[in-house]
Design a protein around this ligand. Structure first.
Ligand SMILES: *Cc1c(COP(=O)(O)O)cnc(C)c1O
Length: 416
């Protein structure tokens, strides 16, 4: 698309935006009596106005039915997580049997590592990116130690060959080749939280499988942001949270993917609980565990219904808008932001190609970055600051407009 820096042009794009009606379905925060420009859906997505209705329904049924709500609530609680299965499968490119919503992200990571990090004396190494989200690193290091290995030896952290904030897909592929005899797992953030880079997950999965390694992704910044084809890419497993692009609410229940090909493999170890047990006999309380064949078999506990309800409100909106339409608007919206910022004295460390980025742009500020960030926040532009010099900006196709992008660029220009 050919962009223009004229305000009229931005307003024209909004007028033609087929998704413009969705903004009114979200609560936009207000500061000093004015709606903020909210560019932090990569950290905490905004509240769908329907979330209250969905949560209230369950509070009401709990109040009026007590325990009978498990079966008799308008939306029965025993199978409640299943109401989210189809929409979750759709936005992750999965079969319904391959996904389930449960727990929270880092906890799920541990449960999946129990199943997919199975080191032996010759193959025991995990490959990740050097500048990964700290929780992922803590989880991987602790799993390595749990199995009696030393993270200094067993955790390979790939750095960028060009001094970027994040290695490229090519850097990852070279590192896989280099460590091909000792790798047992490759685990990466599919969309890098700091730089916004999108990895070529299919190429990395193919390369990992080619050397005999399992491949998993943390999709905290991927789910609800970019188009995913987890099943077709043959990814072994993935996990994500739902409070970022999925708008589930703070600390909301998370999701996992386990590829179909693993569902009937009895040799895979897992940490079990009654909610992962065969649904037909679960309430007979048998002493022998028999897992549900599918991602649901990784559940341990009965899930919290109120977060499931708020997440459901958001997933219904995803279903209605469609991930492809969202992604189309997102590439155009972020493309516009990138265009408007191109003359400013700052460096966009996110790759310029649409294939290699999602909503987010990470801006490296040349000087006084922190003070620019503070002034943006004071004026109602909600973005975030990452030490030492990065401002992350994520226009979200559901609720952000071209006009907001234009306003932000104008404000930033006045500050740098
Ligand atoms: C947001 C995020 C997390 C957060 O983990 P929680 O367990 O939900 O607190 C972990 N990893 C990545 C890559 C993230 O972006």
């Amino acid at each position: 698309m050919k962009y223009s820096a004229e305000k009229l042009f931005a307003n024209g794009l909004d007028a033609q935006d087929p998704l413009s009606e969705y903004r009114s379905q979200f609560s936009i925060p207000v500061k000093n009596g004015k709606q903020v420009v909210y560019f932090m859906g990569n950290s905490l997505g905004l509240q769908p106005k329907n979330a209250k209705k969905y949560v209230d329904q369950e509070l009401q049924d709990w109040a009026s039915m007590g325990v009978l709500g498990h079966k008799e609530a308008k939306n029965p609680w025993v199978p409640y997580h299943e109401f989210l299965t189809d929409s979750t499968a759709e936005i992750t490119g999965s079969q319904p049997s391959e996904v389930v919503v449960m727990n929270t992200l880092t906890v799920n990571l541990h449960l999946l590592l129990v199943s997919f990090y199975r080191p032996n004396s010759s193959r025991y190494k995990i490959l990740m990116e050097d500048n990964a989200f700290p929780s992922d690193r803590y989880a991987l290091e602790s799993q390595i130690k749990f199995h009696g290995y030393d993270p200094k030896d067993a955790l390979i952290t790939v750095k960028s060959s060009t001094d970027d904030a994040c290695p490229s897909t090519e850097d990852i592929l070279s590192a896989i080749e280099l460590e091909k005899d000792s790798l047992v797992l490759i685990f990466l953030g599919g969309v890098h939280y700091f730089s916004g880079r999108v990895f070529d997950m299919k190429a990395i999965t193919d390369a990992g499988h080619g050397v005999g390694s399992a491949v998993g992704f943390d999709l905290a910044h991927g789910t609800g942001n970019i188009l995913l084809r987890l099943h077709d890419w043959d990814v072994d497993f993935a996990a994500w949270c739902s409070y970022k692009y999925l708008n589930g609410g703070p600390g909301c229940i998370a999701g996992i993917f386990v590829h179909e090909k693993h569902h009937n493999d009895q040799s895979i170890p897992r940490f079990s609980g009654w909610w992962g047990h065969d649904k037909k006999t679960r309430f007979d309380m048998p002493s022998q565990f028999k897992h549900i064949p599918g991602a649901e078999g990784w559940q341990c506990s009965n899930p919290p219904i109120l977060p499931l309800a708020s997440l459901r409100a958001s997933m219904e909106i995803f279903k209605s808008a469609g991930m492809e339409a969202l992604r189309n608007k997102s590439t155009s919206l972020t493309g516009y932001l990138s265009f408007l910022l191109s003359e400013l004295p700052l460096e966009i460390i996110t790759p310029p190609s649409n294939q290699k980025r999602g909503c987010q742009l990470s801006l490296r500020m040349k000087k006084d970055g922190k003070s620019v960030f503070n002034k943006l926040t004071e004026s109602g532009f909600i973005v975030d600051w990452r030490e030492p010099d990065i401002i992350r900006v994520a226009p979200v196709p559901f609720y952000n407009t071209y006009h907001e992008v234009w306003e932000f660029a104008k404000k930033l220009k006045s500050l740098v």
